[in-house]
Design a protein around this ligand. Structure first.
Ligand code: GTP
Ligand code: MG
Length: 359
C-alpha cells in the first residue's frame, strides 16, 4: 500500500514538472523579439512587434521570426553543397557553392571573388567550403559595422527618417511595421504621408497609423509632398513627437520628377526644427540584381544612409544582400521577412549567414 502511494507521488511530481517546463517554453516563445539597435543620445532599441501568430520563435526563442524558415528558398540553394558533407571532393564542393551563389543572385562579380577565396581552401570537403564561405561572408558584412538607426532625441529637434524606393518595394508597409515597433519601445512617432501621387497611398498609411495609435499628417491627392513633410515636422514639434517617419512616392510621371521631388523633400525636412537623420532605401529582394541598380541610382540622387531589404521570405534571390554590402558599401539595416507587423527585423550578419549556409 505504502509502495503504491510512493509510486503515485512520483508520478504526480513528474506530471507537474512537465507542465511547468512546457508553460515556461511557451512564455519564452512569445517574449519580445530581437531589438533594433539605435544610436544617438537615446540609444534605446526598438522591438519588432510580437504579434505574428504564424511566426515561429527565433533561434534564441526570442519570438522573432525564425530566419532559417523565412529564408528557406535561398537557403535551399545551398542544400546540394551541404549534402556533400565532410567527404565531398573539393572541386565538386566549389562548383556547388558557385552555382548556389549565382542562383541566389549574388551576381557574377561578388561570386567570382568569393569562389577565388574558396579555392584557397586546402581540405575539409564540402563542410570546409561551407565554413570558409560563412567566414568570408561574415568578413564582408563586418566592413559595415554600424547598422544602427539614428535618432538623437535632441530637445527642439525632430528626427526625420525618409523612406525612398521604387513603387511596390514595401515602403509603406515598412513604415507601418516600424511605427508599431518604435511605439512599443516608447518612441513618440508621427507619420507623414509624403506619397501624394495616389490617395490610396495615404489611406494605406492611415490604417497603419490607426493600428499603431500614432498621428498621421497627409495632404490632398496631387498636393506637394514637401509641404506634407514640412507640416508633419512642425506638427511633431508642437506635439512633442521626436521622430517623423516619412513615406514618399515610388513613381511619378518621369524619373527626373521623382529625383527632383525627393531632393526637395529632403531639403525641406532638413530645415529646423527637422533633421534628416536617416534616408532608408527600401529594396525588394525578389528583384535580385535589379535592386542593385536601384541602389546605385538612389544613392547618387538623394544619398542613402541604409537599406531595408524586404520580401526575403518567399524568394531565392536573398543573396543580393551580399553585393549590396560588398560592392555598394551600403549597410542593410532592416530586413522584411513577411507581411505581418512583426515581420521586420534588424539585419544581423551572423544570424543571416547561419540561416543561409549554416549546417
Ligand atoms: N512577403 C512580403 N511582402 C511584403 C514585405 N514587405 C512588403 N510586402 C508587401 O509588398 C506589397 C507592396 O508593399 P507597399 O508597402 O505598398 O509598397 P510601397 O513601396 O509603399 O509601394 P508604392 O506605394 O506603390 O510605391 C504589399 O502587398 C506588402 O504587403 C515583406 O517583407 N514580405
Ligand atoms: Mg506606398
Amino acid at each position: 500500500m505504502i509502495a503504491l502511494w510512493i509510486v503515485l507521488g512520483v508520478l504526480a511530481v513528474l506530471a507537474l514538472s512537465t507542465a511547468v517546463a512546457t508553460s515556461t517554453r511557451r512564455r519564452r516563445s512569445l517574449g519580445p523579439p530581437a531589438a533594433v539597435a539605435t544610436r544617438g543620445s537615446s540609444d534605446i532599441g526598438a522591438n519588432a512587434v510580437s504579434e505574428a501568430p504564424e511566426a515561429g520563435p527565433g533561434p534564441e526563442g526570442s519570438g522573432a521570426p525564425a530566419l532559417r524558415d523565412r529564408l528557406g528558398r535561398t537557403r535551399g540553394l545551398f542544400a546540394p553543397l551541404r549534402a556533400l558533407g565532410a567527404r565531398g571532393e573539393l572541386a565538386a564542393a566549389i562548383d556547388a557553392a558557385e552555382e548556389a551563389l549565382l542562383r541566389a543572385d549574388v551576381g557574377v562579380e561578388t561570386t567570382t571573388a568569393l569562389v577565388a577565396s574558396l579555392r584557397q581552401r586546402p581540405d575539409g570537403g564540402a563542410d570546409g567550403v561551407l565554413s570558409a564561405l560563412s567566414g568570408r561572408l561574415v568578413e564582408i558584412f563586418s566592413e559595415n559595422p554600424d547598422r544602427s538607426l539614428r535618432v538623437d532625441r535632441e530637445p527642439g529637434v525632430v528626427d526625420v527618417w525618409l523612406f525612398v524606393g521604387v513603387n511596390g518595394v514595401g515602403k509603406t508597409t515598412t513604415i507601418g511595421k516600424l511605427a508599431l515597433a518604435r511605439r512599443d519601445e516608447g518612441d513618440s512617432v508621427l507619420l507623414a504621408a509624403g506619397d501624394t501621387f495616389r490617395a490610396a497611398a495615404a489611406d494605406q498609411l492611415a490604417l497603419w497609423a490607426d493600428r499603431a495609435g500614432v498621428e498621421l499628417v497627409r495632404g490632398a491627392e496631387g498636393s506637394d509632398p514637401s509641404s506634407v513633410v514640412f507640416d508633419a515636422v512642425h506638427r511633431a514639434k508642437a506635439r512633442g513627437n521626436h521622430l517623423v517617419l516619412a513615406d514618399t512616392a515610388g513613381r511619378l510621371h518621369t524619373k527626373v520628377n521623382l529625383v527632383e521631388e525627393l531632393r526637395k523633400i529632403r531639403r525641406v525636412a532638413d530645415r529646423e526644427p527637422g533633421r534628416v537623420s536617416e534616408v532608408l532605401l527600401v529594396l525588394d529582394a525578389t528583384t535580385g540584381q535589379n535592386a542593385l541598380a536601384q541602389a546605385r541610382e538612389f544613392t547618387e540622387a538623394v544619398g542613402v544612409t541604409g537599406v531595408v531589404l524586404t520580401k526575403l521570405d518567399g524568394t531565392a534571390k536573398g543573396g543580393v544582400v551580399i553585393p549590396i554590402e560588398r560592392q555598394l558599401h551600403l549597410p542593410v539595416k532592416l530586413v522584411g521577412v513577411g507581411e505581418g507587423p512583426a515581420d521586420l527585423v534588424p539585419f544581423e550578419p551572423a544570424a543571416f549567414v547561419d540561416a543561409l549556409v549554416g549546417v
